[in-house]
Each structure stands twice: as C-alpha cells, then as structure tokens.
Design a protein around this ligand. Structure first.
Ligand SMILES: [Zn+2]
Length: 73
C-alpha cells in the first residue's frame, strides 16, 4: 500500500507536526467500544512504528466506526 503525503517539510516545527498529526490521526475512540479500543491500540502501535499509512487507516476506521445512538441509563 502506498500513501502519498503532500505535506512534507524538511524540518517541521513541533507545533506544526502536532497539528498535522491531529489532522491525520485525530479521532475519538468510544471508551466502551471494543473495536474502537483495538483500533486505538493499533493506531498507537503504528505511530510508534512510524507506519503512517497504517496509523492513518486505523484513525479513519475509528472515525467511521458506527455506533448506535447513546441511550441514557
Ligand atoms: Zn467503535
């Protein structure tokens, strides 16, 4: 699998890197969802391993993971 990253900077500023990271990998895994939990772990591991394509996919899956409407207890 190939990922093209249009935003390449020779020496990204720390704040900028954080911003790009949030943009690429920002997601809100649902706390009590096992799938989101597994994907969040996958995302963290992929980022540690600098597997950006895999990390991006995991974040996208978390964002797209469907959940039934929350009911109040
Ligand atoms: Zn989920």
């Amino acid at each position: 699998m190939t990922m093209t990253n249009p935003q390449t900077y020779p020496q990204p500023a720390v704040e900028l890197a954080g911003f790009v990271d949030d943009h690429l990998y920002g997601c809100e895994p649902v706390a009590d969802c096992g799938v989101c939990g597994a994907l969040a772990r996958e995302l963290a591991e992929a980022r540690d391993a600098r597997e950006h394509g895999k990390a991006y996919d995991a974040a996208a899956e978390i964002r797209n993971h469907p959940h039934p409407a929350k009911r109040k207890p």
